[in-house]
Design a binder for this molecule. Structure first.
Ligand SMILES: NC(=O)c1ccc[n+]([C@@H]2O[C@H](COP(=O)([O-])OP(=O)(O)OC[C@H]3O[C@@H](n4cnc5c(N)ncnc54)[C@H](OP(=O)(O)O)[C@@H]3O)[C@@H](O)[C@H]2O)c1
Length: 413
């Protein structure tokens, strides 16, 4: 809050004790938006041990002191998606672990899941924070913990975004999936070597080189289709068959509308006929597929590798089928195919400035109507929303054949 100074230790301890006692109140307790001494009441999904979200997530209520350090801000969450990586983090199968702390007064050390989201600044501790009431911010680094109604943290932990012409859903989902596709195509597509922030410049890609991807209807896949189109690449997109031919056709059409050149179902892709169809697409092999993107694994990954041209790159960035990637050794020897992996979190740490440019670039494309966001299934999170509703929404997040990505949309919290 402007002009508020950090209080002495004794006062802070009282505040912490107050916060902890509030956190133990029964969930039916009547909520006052602003408690005694101006405390903000907040809720967060937390876990203290790894496991299935439905088993280990709980909704924790706590109070936030109005007295915050001058470099900090108090924010409220507007929207936060449920991405596969968030669930894997709760399960304990992700590549990095969140630290468990007692900062919000949970009985046991805990962590708040949620990698991305958008917050509105409610108050700033002082002008040194560089942020002001009403600003929109997203986490500056991975694993901030966005599945919560409010947070207080150092302003440096946030990245301010220009909210003009952007919806909370768009802001909440910009920093993981679109950025992954953007970065992969910039680094491994024919665009390699171009710096982030130059997306508006046409790339030097001649008549359009091919890339192929599975999981093409995922958030990353849809973004890759669109960036590919914008940057002069052509895409072959593999999706899983839907329950009915009509539903499959509708999904194919959605991807064509985003700019997909070819959309094939997994059953076609894994069949014997795929070789002939591929030859047709690549004009009897006169055109080659230079990049394969895999977020599935198993047979689908093997088929991606087999579809590639000589010297191509196959990049794995996800493993939705939870099956290992098996690669015929001939592809390594006779086709000299390069197999690489990509992890956005690592790239973000290496190039903080590049990440800012990339996010601005994508938000601009959204404003200009040149980039469409992923279909979502909104999960309303109001003050009275039950713990079970939130927990189940997370648990459902890894189920296949979804109509849209689950996103917590925060109402009157
Ligand atoms: N490496 C990185 O830096 C990075 C960054 C972002 C995302 N990722 C990864 O990218 C992948 C996609 O993430 P997202 O957020 O874009 O996904 P999403 O929007 O939640 O969509 C999930 C995708 O996975 C498919 N899928 C689900 N279960 C499957 C299964 N058992 N077998 C085959 N496909 C299955 C879905 O196809 P259906 O519609 O047919 O179910 C859909 O295409 C995830 O593995 C995620 O962890 C990695």
């Amino acid at each position: 809050m402007a002009g508020v100074r950090t209080r002495p230790l004794a006062a802070r301890l009282c505040a912490d004790l107050y916060a902890q006692s509030r956190s133990r109140l029964p969930r039916t307790a009547v909520r006052r938006k602003s408690g005694p001494y101006g405390y903000t009441q907040a809720k967060a999904l937390v876990y203290s041990k790894n496991g299935e979200p439905s088993d280990v997530l709980s909704l924790h209520t706590h109070s936030i002191s109005p007295s915050i350090p001058s470099s900090s801000v108090l924010v409220r969450t507007l929207a936060a998606p449920i991405n596969p990586a968030d669930i894997n983090t709760v399960q304990g199968t992700y590549g990095s672990k969140q630290p468990m702390t007692s900062l919000i007064g949970t009985a046991e050390p805990s962590a708040v899941p949620g990698n991305e989201g958008v917050f509105e600044v409610l108050s700033a501790g002082g002008s040194s924070s560089g942020l002001a009431k009403g600003d929109w911010v997203i986490p500056a680094a991975s694993q901030f913990g966005t599945w919560r109604t409010h947070a207080v943290d150092d302003a440096a932990k946030f990245l301010k975004i220009n909210k003009e012409g952007i919806t909370p859903l768009q802001a909440a989902t910009v920093s993981v999936n679109p950025c992954t596709a953007y970065r992969i195509l910039r680094s491994y597509g024919p665009s390699a070597g171009l710096k982030a922030g130059l997306a508006m410049k046409p790339l030097d890609v001649g008549s359009g080189q091919w890339f192929i991807q599975n999981g093409a209807n995922s958030g990353v896949g849809r973004a890759a289709i669109q960036f590919g189109k914008l940057w002069g690449l052509r895409s072959i997109n593999v999706v899983r068959d839907r329950e009915t031919p009509e539903a499959t056709d509708a999904l194919k059409q959605e991807l064509h509308d985003l700019g997909a050149d070819v959309v094939v179902t997994e059953s076609q892709f894994l069949s014997r006929e795929w070789k002939d169809r591929l030859a047709e697409i690549t004009r009897g092999g006169r055109e080659q597929i230079g990049l394969g993107l895999n977020c599935v694994g198993g047979k689908s990954a093997t088929s991606i590798a087999r579809s590639l041209g000589e010297g191509a790159t196959m990049l794995s960035y996800g493993g939705m089928a939870k099956q290992p990637v098996a690669l015929p050794v001939g592809l390594l020897i006779f086709k000299d195919i390069r197999f690489v992996g990509f992890w956005l979190s690592r790239w973000n740490q290496k190039d903080v400035e590049g990440r800012k440019h990339m996010i601005e670039d994508i938000l601009n494309l959204i404003r200009e109507g040149r980039f469409r966001d992923v279909p979502v299934e909104e999960i309303k999170w109001d003050w009275d929303t039950e713990e079970a509703t939130l927990r189940n929404a997370v648990q459902n997040g890894l189920q296949g054949f979804k109509k849209g990505k689950g996103v917590f949309v925060f109402g009157e919290t």
